[in-house]
Design a protein around this ligand. Structure first.
Ligand SMILES: *Cc1c(COP(=O)(O)O)cnc(C)c1O
Length: 375
């Protein structure tokens, strides 16, 4: 099989040691009996779902969360037999494959269960489908909104024990990464209103993403859905200090493909937006927006042999140009994310420059960039 990108020096280097350290530190901080499920949706936030799941398992994670069914199937195909929870809304017609693969699924409305009952009736049940009820306490995305709705669905589950195993109940906070916790506390109150009456709690009661577990761990329940922080990314960006140092796991490196002395008065890249005021050494790097390196990065820096160099002219689809302080040989190391010598560029720096969050940059790297794992 041809690996597209295998003959180019551009790579995402993933530090499995950093993944394990972040996850292990959190597992150690959790109250006794509280599980950590590593969130590996979106190809493990761009880091590679299977490899992140492996590192997480080694560090003490006891299950995984994903966003869509196929991501769960990918982990099962790779041989993981831990619990896997699909957090997003799925197709009720796919309930049989979930049963077959023992995949737990978020349920956000009663109709889903009714339709799933129908698709399961055509299927020989080896075991009931594990379901987690999604409660909307203020995220405004999916789930049951009132106590009356929760009562009805819990009753439905009790009446269909052959089809469904009521395995979990959960909610999701929209502002757990905000220094102001007013809205967070409203969601906590709503959560209590929707769940305190339950005579019997299911196996997993969970509310915490990374931010909640890092900064509001009193509400953790008995499982946390640990995402960003496991990858070494502060979920608040820079708004709240990390309770322990998070180690970023992702670096993006390449090499100079060419370095040339370009004469004063020439321009660089599409639109000729940069014109050389004097003769300058211009280096070309084989990374572009087709790789997920944002086009808006013009004017930002990369590290060439550990030295900050500015990206001049527009970032192209497959290449970008930098201004070098002097001549460098072809194949000189270029670091777009990560550390080289005393200088360091983080995903957070890139996100800030693009006016977005590190999550979007991390999961935006495309399959053309091979992921290389340092164990
Ligand atoms: C993505 C997601 C998480 C993980 O969030 P982080 O901020 O990355 O820790 C947890 N729960 C749900 C429902 C999610 O969608």
């Amino acid at each position: 099989m041809v690996v597209v990108g295998g003959h180019r020096p551009t790579q995402l280097v993933i530090d499995c040691q950093a993944l394990r350290a972040n996850i292990h530190t959190e597992v150690d901080r959790l109250a006794a009996g509280c599980d950590l499920f590593m969130v590996v949706k979106a190809n493990g936030y761009g880091h590679g779902a299977v490899q992140v799941a492996q590192a997480a398992k080694e560090a003490g994670a006891t299950g995984f969360c994903v966003a869509i069914l196929d991501e769960a199937l990918e982990l099962r195909a790779a041989g993981f037999d831990e619990p896997i929870l699909v957090l997003g809304v799925t197709e009720p017609a796919d309930a049989p494959v979930m049963v077959e693969q023992n995949i737990s699924v978020a349920v956000a409305d009663l109709e889903w269960l009714e339709l799933a009952t129908r698709s399961l009736s055509l299927f020989e049940m080896v075991q009931p489908l594990p379901v987690h009820l999604a409660l909307d306490t203020g995220m405004g995305r999916i789930g049951f909104q009132t106590k009356a709705e929760v009562e009805v669905v819990v009753d439905f589950l009790r009446q269909h024990p052959a089809q469904f195993n009521f395995e979990g109940i959960f909610t999701h906070f929209s502002t757990a990464d905000d220094p102001n916790d007013d809205y967070f506390q409203k969601q906590v109150a709503k959560w209590h209103d929707l769940t305190d009456w339950l005579p019997q709690k299911p196996r997993y009661v969970h509310v915490s993403n990374s931010a909640t577990s890092l900064w509001h761990d009193a509400c953790n329940g008995n499982m946390v859905r640990f995402g960003a922080a496991g990858y070494g990314l502060n979920p608040s960006g820079t708004a709240i200090a990390e309770p322990y140092p998070l180690q970023p796991a992702m670096s993006l490196t390449s090499e100079l493909m060419q370095a040339r002395l370009v004469p004063a008065g020439s321009s660089v890249s599409y639109g000729a937006t940069y014109t050389l005021p004097e003769d300058e050494w211009i280096g070309t790097v084989s990374v572009g927006y087709a790789d997920g390196y944002p086009r808006r990065m013009q004017g930002f820096d990369v590290l060439v042999d550990g030295q900050r160099c500015e990206i001049v002219g527009r970032v192209c689809m497959d290449q970008l140009m930098v201004r070098l302080p002097h001549r460098y040989p072809r194949r000189t190391k270029v670091t777009l994310i990560g550390q080289d010598g005393h200088e360091r560029i983080t995903l957070q720096d890139i996100a800030d420059y693009c006016d977005t969050i590190h999550y979007e940059i991390a999961c935006g790297f495309t399959t053309r960039v091979p992921r290389v794992y340092r164990h």
